[in-house]
Design a protein around this ligand. Structure first.
Ligand SMILES: [Zn+2]
Length: 118
């Protein structure tokens, strides 16, 4: 939930120069998230989508096997949306998978191929 905006302490009709004024100097809750058009962004999302072509993983798999896969994804879209209910700005980020690789749970175990037989 966004904090309620306090009223501007500067006299009406003057230019507000008070950095403590949250109305004219909004603060970004998380400084790592860039503001959008001067407005604080409350949260970020990341949607990772699969590539249009299938990725090749060189392993023979059976039903109920569990595979440990690390994917690399390239960010393909960033846009901002107002949450209609809370009024908060959300930064939506989308990425498309560009590669995938089987990764062992324990890299020191030569029998760990990244496939757990089901
Ligand atoms: Zn102000």
């Amino acid at each position: 939930m966004p904090e309620p905006m306090s009223a501007c302490p500067s006299p009406l009709g003057t230019v507000c120069m008070d950095p403590a004024c949250r109305l004219h100097f909004p603060q970004q809750p998380d400084p790592d998230v860039p503001m959008f058009e001067g407005k604080p962004v409350e949260a970020t999302t990341l949607k990772v989508s699969s590539p249009t072509a299938g990725l090749e993983i060189d392993a023979v798999l059976r039903m109920d096997d569990i595979v440990r896969v690390v994917v690399e994804a390239r960010v393909s879209q960033v846009n901002h949306q107002v949450n209609e209910r809370t009024g908060a700005l959300i930064r939506h980020q989308s990425a498309k998978v560009i590669s995938a690789e089987l990764i062992p749970w324990d890299a020191t175990d030569p029998n760990d191929t990244g496939v757990l037989r089901g």
